[in-house]
Unconditional design. Structure first.
Length: 237
């Protein structure tokens, strides 16, 4: 579904991503891991045109989307939930969710999806009329994810959904992601929380200093002591 071929991302003289190639197949969950500052956010931002791709090609379902404006890429069916739980704080939970579907014209489909996600995220049903700013950090993250899903993307990219959340809340977020996985959603997941991400993912890529140091099956990464230890600070098993 998504193919990156030798992608470079530069901010003036700063080379954040140096020639990364990766693939996400339909129905697959792919984890993108690596230490702080490795270039993960830059890479997913470049896919949706929010960071400058200075070289390389990005293809979605075979179509070259490199350098297209963000709005057009999102219309093609790929959505990024950025780091930091960006929700519209002064709008209600319901309004945030409806805004996620603003680009859609199939009203019946929107109502159906709303019901699906309120079922999957019961806390959002409970807090439907509350302003988003009244929600806890974990609830805001759930809202940010559900809002992205309301655009009915073919593929969802999540940038560090568990960042800054208490361990119990991190577990809830991963439980949700497992729920989405069982619905067949295609996902590219950026995570610091490598162990949890590898439980969920089919395949994984590890980047360090802008370059790929691993690409393959999640199970193979777990078994690879060297990469786990050197780049993720974990013991392989
Ligand atoms: P983190 O886990 O800390 O979010 P990351 O792996 O997502 O890190 P990036 O945020 O993509 O990494 O950053 C990669 C490099 O690019 C870093 O050196 C960072 O300082 C730099 N960088 C990121 N965004 C910009 C920007 N807008 N302008 C200049 N440099 C940037």
């Amino acid at each position: 579904m998504l193919q990156l071929e030798n992608v470079h991302v530069s901010y003036g003289p700063i080379k954040a991503v140096r020639g990364v190639s990766l693939e996400v197949k339909g129905g697959e969950i792919v984890a993108l891991l690596g230490p702080n500052g490795a270039g993960k956010t830059s890479l997913v931002s470049s896919v949706v045109g929010l960071a400058p791709t200075s070289a390389g090609k990005i293809r979605l379902d075979g179509a070259d989307i490199t350098g297209e404006p963000t709005e057009r890429i999102v219309t093609r069916g790929i959505t990024l939930t950025p780091e930091g739980r960006r929700v519209f704080a002064d709008l209600t939970v319901g309004e945030n969710l409806q805004l996620g579907a603003a680009c859609r014209k199939d009203r019946d489909g929107v109502a159906e999806d709303l019901e699906t996600y309120l079922e999957l995220f019961p806390i959002l049903r409970k807090r439907y009329a509350a302003r988003a700013r009244m929600l806890s950090g974990g609830e805001q993250q759930m809202l940010a994810i559900a809002r992205s899903l309301m655009s009915r993307p073919k593929m969802l990219m999540l940038d560090e959904p568990s960042l800054g959340l208490a361990p119990r809340v991190v577990d809830q977020i991963f439980e949700l992601l497992h729920g989405l996985r069982s619905k067949g959603l295609t996902m590219l997941l950026v995570e610091q929380n490598a162990n949890e991400a590898l439980e969920l993912a089919d395949s994984a890529y590890v980047i360090a200093s802008g370059s790929l140091v691993f690409g393959g099956k999640a199970a193979d990464l777990k078994a690879s002591g060297e990469v786990m230890e050197m780049y993720l600070g974990l013991e392989g098993h």
